[in-house]
Design a protein around this ligand. Structure first.
Ligand code: JB2
Length: 213
C-alpha cells in the first residue's frame, strides 16, 4: 500500500525548512498551498505551489496528510488557527522529525508536532499537537509542552519544565529546570527564565522580566 501524499500548508520560510526535512526523510511533499497568489505556480526546493488552500480542501481528508507550514515569531495564533481549521474538517497532520534530530526513548509527540534539524528531545519529554522544536532546540528530560508551542532555534528547556499551550519560546532562550510557563506567554530571544511565567505574560532579559506589549 502506498503512503498518503503530503501537502504543506503555507509556502514561506518555515515551510522551506519543513520541505528540506521531509525530503531528507524520504517523504517529499506532493505540493504546497499558499494564501498569496503571487506564489502559485512557483516552487519551493523543487516542490510545486499548487494554489490556495481550496486545492487541498477539495481532497478527501483520508487520502492526504498535511504539514503546517506557518511558523511564528510571537504568540502562534495564525499557526494554531490553521491547524484547528483543517483538523475540524477531519484532516490529519503528519509528525515531522528531521533525520538529524535526536528523539530519545519515552518521548511523546502530538499530532503534527515538528522536530527540526539538530533538535534534541531527552527521555520523558512530551511535545503536544502542532508544536515545534525548531533547529537545534534542546528539551531536557521530562519537560512537557502543550499544544501549539514553538520552541525557537537554539532554545534550551531544562528538565521538568512545564510549558502550557500557545507559548512562544524565543531563539536562544533558557528555561531553568522546573519552571512553569503559562498559556499564551511569550519568552523573548535570549531570555533566561528563572521563575514561573504567568499566562499571557511577555518576558525578556537576563533574568527574564515582564515587558508591556
Ligand atoms: O491560511 C493560510 C496562510 N496564511 C499565510 N494558508 C496558506 N496556504 N498559506 C498561508 N500563508 C502564507 O504563509 C503566506 O502567504 C506566506 O507565503 C507564508 C508565511 O511565510 P513567512 O516566510 O512570512 O513566515 P513563516 O510563517 O513561514 O515563517 C516565520 O516563522 C518561522 C519560524 C518566519 O518569521 C521565519 O523567519 C521563522 N523561521
Amino acid at each position: 500500500m502506498s503512503l498518503p501524499e503530503i501537502f504543506v500548508i503555507g509556502g514561506g520560510g518555515h515551510a522551506k525548512v519543513l520541505v528540506g526535512a521531509l525530503k531528507r526523510a524520504g517523504r517529499t511533499p506532493a505540493g504546497i498551498t499558499d494564501a498569496d497568489q503571487a506564489h502559485h505556480g512557483g516552487r519551493l526546493l523543487g516542490v510545486p505551489v499548487v494554489g490556495g488552500d481550496a486545492a487541498v480542501e477539495r481532497l478527501s481528508p483520508d487520502a492526504v496528510l498535511l504539514v503546517n507550514g506557518l511558523g511564528s515569531t510571537g504568540r502562534p495564533v495564525a499557526r494554531a488557527a490553521l491547524f484547528n481549521r483543517f483538523h475540524a474538517r477531519g484532516f490529519r497532520f503528519f509528525t515531522v522529525i528531521d533525520t538529524t534530530a535526536l528523539v530519545s526513548e519515552e518521548v511523546a509527540l502530538g499530532d503534527g508536532a515538528q522536530v527540526l534539524a539538530g533538535a534534541i528531545l531527552q527521555p520523558g519529554v512530551r511535545l503536544g499537537p502542532n508544536s515545534v522544536a525548531n533547529t537545534g532546540a534542546r528539551i531536557e528530560h521530562d519537560a512537557v509542552a502543550g499544544a501549539h508551542v514553538h520552541v525557537a532555534p537554539g532554545a534550551v528547556v531544562l528538565g521538568g519544565v512545564v510549558i502550557e499551550d500557545m507559548v512562544h519560546v524565543g531563539a536562544g532562550a533558557v528555561l531553568r529546570q522546573g519552571v512553569r510557563v503559562g498559556t499564551g506567554a511569550v519568552i523573548g530571544a535570549g531570555a533566561v527564565v528563572v521563575a514561573d511565567v504567568p499566562p499571557g505574560a511577555v518576558v525578556a532579559g537576563v533574568p527574564a522580566r515582564p515587558l508591556h506589549e
